[in-house]
Structure formats: structure tokens, C-alpha cells
Ligand binder design. Structure first.
Ligand SMILES: [Cu+2]
Length: 166
């Protein structure tokens, strides 16, 4: 009797913890990048799955610049989409809205720039096919100084509660 009650309580606790964890996770768990090495690099690239009806997608990634030189992400391209733009989601008086960033994103010396849900992102416009979890797409990023860097972005499920603000 007592044991059954305990099991029920721990089940409820486990469920509660799972829900909390889901809400706290804006992106799939990933390794924390370190400011090591001697060249600018791109880590942890991933794409969100595209909804059935929508023809757009988003790619997130982390730019790691361990060098003393400032750089800038100026463009992105992918064979998966007709058009690729650099965007940033901004909070405009409580309304989340994304804006194109035609000048790209500055990367300071010895810094890490995160493109993540609700912030900076690579916008895929006109997907050639819907993105489903398990697929991978290629994304080529052009930096002012570091040049072109091509990464593979697996399509991963978003964390719960982060549906808006891509
Ligand atoms: Cu966008």
C-alpha cells in the first residue's frame, strides 16, 4: 500500500522534472564550445524541422573565434533552399518578430557568437523539400576574413516551448 503510493509520487515527480527540463531546453543539448585553437570555426550546427505546410526553415550554430582578429559572418547559402538569409529575431514591445540582417553578424576577436532559437539565425527560404528529424543539410557560411566554411547541419527536434521566434 505504502509502496504503491511512493511509486505514484515518484512517477509524478519524474514527469514534472521531464516537463521542467523540456521547458528549460531551447535547443538540443550540445557540447559547450571553448575558445581554443588558432582559427575561426563553426560548431554545433543544426536545423529545426520545418512544419508540413511551411516552406521555410532555420539553421542555428555557434561561431568560435579564438583569434585576435575581428571577423564578420556576411552570407550563408545552402543547396536545401532557394534563398538563404541572415536574420535576427527581436522582441518588439512583447511581439517577437524577425528582421533580415543584410550586413550579417560581427564576430569580435576571442569571442563566441551563438545563432540560436529566438535570436540570430540562418533563414532558409523556399525549402526544396521539408526538413525532417534525422536528415542532414549542408550550409556554407561566408566570413569576411575566414572565407567560406561549409558545415553539415542535422535536423533536430526543438526543445518544448520554443515554437515561436525562429
Ligand atoms: Cu528568419
Amino acid at each position: 500500500m505504502r509502496t504503491a503510493k511512493l511509486i505514484r509520487i515518484s512517477l509524478i515527480l519524474a514527469l514534472f522534472t521531464a516537463l521542467l527540463a523540456a521547458c528549460a531546453l531551447p535547443a538540443p543539448p550540445q557540447e559547450q564550445p571553448a575558445l581554443t585553437g588558432d582559427a575561426l570555426r563553426v560548431e554545433n550546427a543544426w536545423a529545426r524541422p520545418s512544419p508540413m505546410s511551411a516552406g521555410n526553415g532555420a539553421v542555428y550554430l555557434t561561431i568560435v573565434n579564438p583569434t585576435d582578429q575581428a571577423d564578420r559572418l556576411v552570407a550563408a547559402d545552402s543547396p536545401a533552399a532557394e534563398n538563404v538569409e541572415l536574420h535576427e529575431t527581436v522582441n518588439d514591445g512583447g511581439v517577437m518578430r524577425m528582421e533580415p540582417r543584410p550586413d550579417g553578424f560581427p564576430v569580435e576577436p576571442k569571442s563566441i557568437v551563438e545563432l540560436k532559437p529566438g535570436g540570430k539565425h540562418v533563414m532558409l527560404l523556399g525549402l526544396k523539400e521539408p526538413l525532417e528529424v534525422g536528415q542532414e543539410i549542408q550550409v556554407t557560411l561566408t566570413f569576411e576574413k575566414a572565407g567560406e566554411i561549409t558545415v553539415t547541419a542535422p535536423v533536430k527536434e526543438m526543445g518544448e516551448g520554443m515554437e515561436m521566434g525562429k
